[in-house]
Design a protein around this ligand. Structure first.
Ligand SMILES: Nc1ncnc2c1ncn2[C@@H]1O[C@H](COP(=O)(O)OP(=O)(O)OP(=O)(O)O)[C@@H](O)[C@H]1O
Ligand SMILES: [Mg+2]
Length: 260
């Protein structure tokens, strides 16, 4: 199979929650590719299946049918150390509510994924310094989560997602708990990581401003692909891309109120 340029392929993915009486078809057959180095946005109304999609890719839940392949390898066939490597080294996950451990400092939270894979001491310290400088959190590394602002906490969570140098970063509404200033700071940092390190990012968002940082956006409705937008990175202004995003949002599910 020719997988050149593609890091991830999602083919005919379905997910039905529940059994017998009450079932929910969260994904009804979704197919798309994620290209190496792209910043892919996922938008859609609440309940349209965005988190389910991310969780299937992260192997946090099992799809009902269809498959996800990473560089040509079917991830459902992974088990044991292969699965642990996939989760620990290929995927970085960034959550809306940060999910930092309260009793660890920022620095300890960030290096936890490295420690789990046996990287400690000087190597871990060097990686930590680099990623902290990139995300502008060097001065909070010794603080506990309760002593940090929301924006700082999310940049610490982003550093934790990035420190293992994963193949792909999955972000589920990473700005959902942030104000607009902190959202912009986080997006500026994430898009710099995407551009300068060619890091592949797949991000769910409800916010057209946040989405306008993406190079491509998939719109999902009721568990199916509804529309796709590509930013013309060479010529298109952020304002023009923003306008196009808002236009599609207005068409989705009868109006942008449903999406926001
Ligand atoms: N564990 C579960 N058991 C049963 N139904 C679920 C479960 N998780 C999600 N669902 C249902 O599946 C559908 C898709 O949910 P999902 O969380 O993927 O939506 P979403 O697009 O991420 O929504 P939001 O924007 O509100 O986060 C919804 O109808 C939801 O109620
Ligand atoms: Mg969700």
């Amino acid at each position: 199979m020719n997988t050149e340029g593609r890091i991830l392929q999602v083919e005919g993915l379905t997910k039905t929650y529940g059994k017998n009486g009450t079932t929910t078809d969260a994904l009804r057959g979704i197919s798309f590719d994620v290209l190496e180095g792209e910043f892919l946005g996922i938008m859609g109304a609440s309940g349209s299946g965005k988190t389910t999609l991310l969780n299937c890719i992260a192997t946090m839940i099992k799809p009902s049918s269809g498959k996800v392949t990473l560089r040509g390898n079917d991830i459902s066939a992974f088990s044991g150390s292969q699965l642990a490597d996939y989760r620990g080294k290929e995927i970085g996950y960034l959550f809306q509510e940060f999910e930092l451990l309260d009793n660890l400092t920022a620095g300890e939270n960030i290096t936890l994924p490295l420690a789990l894979h046996g990287v400690t001491g000087k190597d871990a310290e060097k990686d930590l310094r680099q990623i902290a400088a990139r995300l502008d959190i060097t001065e909070v590394l010794d603080k506990f989560p309760s002593q940090m602002s929301g924006g700082q906490k999310q940049r610490v969570a982003a550093a934790r997602a990035l420190i293992s140098n994963p193949g792909i970063v999955l972000a589920d509404e990473p700005t959902g708990a942030l104000d607009s200033k902190n959202s912009k700071t986080l997006m500026d940092k994430l898009s710099a990581v995407n551009r300068e390190q060619h890091k592949t990012i797949m991000m769910v968002t409800h916010d057209a401003n946040v989405a306008s940082y993406c190079s491509r956006i998939l719109f999902i409705q009721d568990g199916r692909l509804f529309h796709e937008l590509r930013r013309n990175t060479a010529t298109e202004t952020p304002a023009s891309f923003y306008e196009r995003i808002v236009t599609v949002m207005a068409q989705l599910g009868g109006g942008s109120a449903n999406v926001l």
